[in-house]
Write a new protein. Structure first.
Length: 429
C-alpha cells in the first residue's frame, strides 16, 4: 500500500480489498497522526445502507477535496452483505473488526437488529469488541427541516451515552431455562429478595454499572464540554429508585468532576451554595437530573442544557427524544468513540422496505460523517458539510420524506440530494 510504513498497517484480509492509494491513520502519543489521504473503512450496512452510505461517501469526499485532503475508502462487511460474502452464519467477520481496529477511524450504515430472537445486535458487538465506550449523539436543528416543536433551534445538545454496560452488557436469561431458575433461586434464597418475583415464567436481566465505566464516560463528556466551550454537563440517572447502580453512576460522575478538574469544573451545589450562581468564566457546571424528568426538561427547558452524560438505556431514550425535536432520526447523527478510535454511524434503522430505491434521506449518515471529519481534525471540511446540507435543505431540494412536509420545493433521489450538497460545497468552499 502506498505510503504505509507502519508495520501494523501491512495487513492482509481474505475478503477485504485494501486500496492501493492512501495511508493508515496511526496513534501518535495521546492523539492521531492523520495523513492527507487516510484509508477509511466503510460498512454500507443493511437495508437502506446501500443508498445512504454511497451518498455519504460522495459528500464527505467532496468536502475533503475542497479543503486539500482526500479519502481512500475501504469497503468492509457486516450484516446481510457479510452473509453474502462469508457465508450465512457469518454476521460480523473478524477481519471487519480487525480492519476498523487497524485503521482506527471508520463509518457505517444501519445494521438490522432482530427483536426477541436471532443474533444479538451487531452494533453492540462492534462497540464492545472495539471498546467504543462512548456513543456520542450531537442533536441540533438544520434550518429548513420541519419540526414538531415551535423553536427547534433551541435544541443544541450532545449526548454521551455509555456503550458497554447497563442493558448492553447482555446479561439476560430466558424464561423457562435452567439458568434463569438458578438465578431466581440465588436471588431469593441467597440474597433474601423474597416475594419480589411473581410466580410463573420469568426472564431476568442483570444491570452492571461500574465505577470504571461510569467515570471514563463522564470524563469524556467533561473534556468535550471544556474543549467546545459548553457551559454544563448533566448526569442523567434514576438514582432515586436504583440507588446502587444509577445512583452510583451519579456519585461517580460527581467524583470525577470534583477530584480531577480543579477550578475548570464546578458542581451545581457549589455554584449556588458558595458562589450565588456565579460560575467562573470558562468553567463547566456539572449537575444531575432524574431520567424521567429529563425527558420533560429537554422539551420544556431545551435551551438550559448542553452536554448530557448517561448510562446506556437512559441515553437511548433521551437522545431519541431530542432527535424528534429536530425533525426525526432521519436527520440525527452519531458516532462511537474509544481510546483513539471512532466509528461514526447514523441513529436511524435499516428500513429494509425502502432498500435500493434511491429515495431515502441520507442526511443522518452524512452528518455522522461530519463528526468523523471533526475527529480527524478536519474542522473546515466538517463545517462545509453542515453548511452545504443546510443550504440544500433551505433551498427545498429534499428527499421525499421532507418534501411531503413542506410547501413547494424539488423532490430528489438520495443520490441527487448528495449531488446537490456537493454543488453547495463547491460554492461555499
Amino acid at each position: 500500500m502506498a505510503g504505509m510504513d507502519d508495520p501494523q498497517n501491512e495487513m492482509s484480509y481474505e475478503q477485504i480489498e485494501v486500496p492501493d492509494e492512501g495511508e493508515a491513520i496511526t496513534a501518535e502519543g495521546e492523539g492521531l497522526s492523520v495523513p492527507e489521504t487516510p484509508v477509511i473503512p466503510i460498512i454500507y450496512g443493511d437495508g437502506i445502507g446501500v443508498d445512504v452510505a454511497p451518498a455519504a461517501q460522495t459528500v464527505l469526499e467532496a468536502a475533503a477535496n475542497a479543503t486539500g485532503n482526500d479519502i481512500s475508502w475501504m469497503r468492509v462487511y457486516a450484516g446481510e452483505h457479510a452473509r453474502e460474502r462469508y457465508g450465512e452464519e457469518v454476521h460480523l467477520p473478524e477481519e471487519t473488526v480487525s480492519a476498523i481496529r487497524d485503521y482506527r477511524v471508520a463509518i457505517k450504515g444501519p445494521l438490522t437488529t432482530p427483536v426477541g430472537a436471532g443474533f444479538r445486535s451487531l452494533n453492540v458487538a462492534l462497540r464492545k469488541k472495539l471498546d467504543l465506550y462512548a456513543n456520542v449523539r450531537p442533536t441540533y436543528h438544520i434550518d429548513g427541516v420541519p419540526s414538531p416543536v415551535k423553536n427547534p433551534g433551541q435544541m443544541d445538545m450532545v449526548t454521551f451515552r455509555e456503550n458497554t454496560e447497563d442493558v448492553y452488557a447482555g446479561i439476560e436469561f430466558e424464561a423457562g431455562t435452567d439458568e434463569v431458575e438458578k438465578l431466581k433461586r440465588f436471588v431469593e434464597e441467597e440474597m433474601g429478595a423474597r416475594d419480589v418475583i411473581h410466580d410463573g415464567p420469568v426472564g431476568i436481566g442483570v444491570k452492571p454499572i461500574t465505577e470504571y465505566g461510569s467515570k471514563r464516560l463522564v470524563r469524556r463528556a467533561i473534556d468535550y464540554a471544556l474543549e467546545h466551550d459548553r457551559e454544563s454537563v448533566t448526569l442523567i440517572h434514576k438514582g432515586n429508585i436504583m440507588k446502587f447502580t444509577e445512583g452510583a453512576f451519579r456519585d461517580w460522575g460527581y467524583e470525577v468532576a470534583e477530584e480531577e478538574y480543579g477550578d475548570e469544573v464546578i458542581t451545581e451545589d457549589t455554584l449556588w451554595e458558595e458562589r450565588d450562581g456565579d460560575a467562573p468564566e470558562g468553567s463547566v457546571v456539572v449537575n444531575d437530573r432524574i431520567a424521567d424528568n429529563m425527558l420533560q426538561q429537554v422539551l420544556t427547558r431545551t435551551d438550559e442544557y448542553d452536554v448530557l452524560a448517561t448510562m446506556n438505556l437512559n441515553g437511548d431514550y433521551i437522545s431519541d427524544a431530542c432527535g424528534a425535536q429536530i425533525g426525526g432520526l432521519g436527520i440525527a447523527p452519531g458516532a462511537n468513540f474509544g481510546d483513539l478510535r471512532c466509528l461514526a454511524e447514523p441513529v436511524h434503522g435499516s428500513a429494509p422496505k425502502y432498500a435500493g430505491q434511491d429515495k431515502v434521506n441520507p442526511t443522518a449518515m452524512i452528518l455522522s460523517g461530519r463528526i468523523m471529519l471533526e475527529y480527524l481534525g478536519w474542522e473546515e471540511a466538517a463545517s462545509l458539510v453542515r453548511e452545504a446540507v443546510e443550504a440544500t435543505i433551505s433551498e427545498k431540494t429534499v428527499t421525499y420524506d421532507l418534501h411531503r412536509q413542506i410547501d413547494g420545493g424539488e423532490k430528489v433521489a438520495t443520490s441527487e440530494f448528495a449531488e446537490a450538497i456537493v454543488a453547495n460545497i463547491e460554492t461555499l468552499a
